[in-house]
Design a protein around this ligand. Sequence first.
Ligand SMILES: [Zn+2]
Length: 357
Amino acid sequence: MIMRAIITEPPRGGVRLSEVQMELSGGVVVKTYQTGICGTDKEIVEGKLKFARPEEGNSLILGHESVGVVSDPRGYTGFREGDIVIPMVRRPGGCRMCKLGRQDYCEDGDFVEAGIRGKNGFMREEFSDDPRFLVKVNDRSILDIAVLTEPLKNAIKMKEIFQFLRLRNPWYCDDSTLTCKNLYVFGTGTEGMLISAVFKSMGINVIAVNRHPLKENVMSYFESNGIDYLDTSSESLDKRVRDQPMNAAIDAVGAMDVLKEITDNISNNGIAIMFGTNGQLPSSLYTILENVVDRNVAIVGSVDGSKEHYAEAIRFIETQGKKMRLEKLITGKHLPEDLKVFTEKEEGEIKKVIVWS
Ligand SMILES: [Zn+2]
């Protein structure tokens, strides 16, 4: 059938609304209800998203944030005409994580993303889709906000990561809650606002940070949700952090200087999650963030160890030491008076040991 669709030509970009001939072959037929626009779409259009690519030929139908209504379930169980569905963006490739349904942790990059790379998106009147990648909305009353599902799922994943990281140590407050902890969320766009809401609902104190004065509607969203905010053009981050320590931080901006602001200010045992990548960064810096964010890389600080770590170290040496030839690490045994061990390095030296008795 012929329908209207919003088309771009990656990686060059550009955007146009066109009549396109689309086959609705196979899968559940869905009438698009809404599609959201986000920074990624803009970057594709501006030709700044390096990995954007068409499904075939030269053009790509944009749109990855979407909600639709089933118009023909085509006999797939669990779907009826009128069902509200959210199509997933990323579709699995062949790696192990993809086969496990965790294409968000794809190991080899062999996935496609609707409206972004290698798969047409949802900015069109209708599409047909594999029912495995359609997530049903049960409560019809959320139809008009369900388009937020896609950006919100990013915040939900961040919550999962955060929950893992905070279990490293008894990070919670003395009353077992998180109410004494401050999370700084950098960026007050849609993603920053959703992240702020998700974490506020966990009981942590959230401070949304922006470099410009906030618009009235954004400010009132934060105020009504009990979310603090900081405009760094009128109050410095350092000053706020002195009053409200930065126990955790999430970046939804994707600029390198935010990473520096976070590492400069975050508390001991802090948790930082990087989410955004801004295609407008100089490429030398962009790749740092891109490599961390798009590849789910966990970077974590670590110092010292506990008594249990000592005990485990002993057990390891006891059970593995000979097998793993750990004795090879010791390349010299010296008397205490042999002080040149402190200044000279021998060929092949690994570990010199001072023998005292
Ligand atoms: Zn994969």
